[in-house]
Structure formats: C-alpha cells, structure tokens
Design a protein around this ligand. Sequence first.
Ligand code: ADP
Length: 188
Amino acid sequence: MFNIIIFGPPGAGKGTQAQKISESYDLMHLSTGALLRKEVANQTKIGIEVQAVMANGDLVSNNIVDEIIKNEINKNGQVAGFIFDGYPRTIQQAKQLDKLFTAENIPLVLNLEVSDEELINRLKLRSQESGRADDNDVTIANRLQVYTKQTQPLLNFYANKNRLISIDGQGSIEEIFKRLQKQIKNRQ
Ligand code: ADP
C-alpha cells in the first residue's frame, strides 16, 4: 500500500492535484471536505450537526472526521492506497490517522506552498463559481486563520518525523503536478 497526504492551506490546490494523483497512481481520493458536504447535502444526522460549523469556516469536531475516515479506510481495504485531502487538519487527527497504518505504509506528506496573496485571489475567484456556502470574504479570512492556528502546526509534526516534502504550489496545474510526480517517484 502506498499512501499520501496532500497538505496545504485552503486554496492551495489540494483537491485538483489529489484528483490527478489519484488517477495516475490508482489511489483512492478521500476528501473530508467532499465527504462532509455530501453528508450536508443528504441532511444526515452528521450533516445537520456540521453544516453551520462548515459554513463559518471552522473545523468540524475531530471525532466526526476521524470516524468518517476510519470507515472509508475499512470499507476500501482492497485499494492500492489512499490520497488524503483536507485530512488531517489537527494534531489529534494526525495521530489518529497514523494509528491506522504500519511503518511501511505510513502516509507521505506532500505540502503545497502558496503565498497568502495568491491564496486569497484563488479563493475569491473560486467563490464566484463554486456555490459553496463557505466561499465568501468573511469565511475565507476565517478559514485562513483556522489553518494558521490549528493546521499549520502539523508541518513541524511531520517534519520531525522526516515525512514532510514541501513543493512550490504556484504555477500551472501541470507544472505543479510534475513537481509532485517527481517527489512521488523518489519515494514510491
Ligand atoms: P478547503 O478548500 O478550504 O481546504 P475543504 O473542502 O477541505 O476546504 O473543507 C471544507 C470545510 O469542511 C472546512 O472548512 C471544515 O469546516 C470542514 N472540514 C474538512 N475537513 C476537515 C477536517 N479534517 N477536520 C475538521 N473539519 C474539516
């Protein structure tokens, strides 16, 4: 099994690149944002519980996302590997995820680096097309703050474990994908 975490702030391009990696390496793409939005769309018990938090750009509770991820991994034990997108976002989630893997298949972390200025531009542009409840000016600012406070500390967590690879996340989609592929080839 070969597993990857695609990491970075909101607007870094995680979803786009995760999709491409998923197709090229036959990995199952698990996006907690997408999985949560599906719960909201279906108005499940979880969906009803998380919708206001998501619309604000705050983090859903660790236990909910940990449970969703654990279920998805258990349900799909036969796949070649997973690419995690939008998860983990807190130290608790990172520790929880590591418990599900052995040392040989512990996920590699590919971190997309993008300047704040570029992130804000991309998120504002996306807000005009996405129709997502959390893509508006106020919520965008909050999501970036939440990232800095709660998620960015994971960079040290993974760097200390020698699992962090940072990649320039600016440029064309294909350029960035090539950079990611180069790193994956070195480690696969
Ligand atoms: P973004 O494009 O901003 O990274 P996502 O689609 O990954 O957005 O996530 C959208 C929202 O879903 C987040 O703002 C948060 O409310 C919730 N969410 C997604 N993943 C997680 C997670 N791992 N932990 C807590 N909340 C999450």
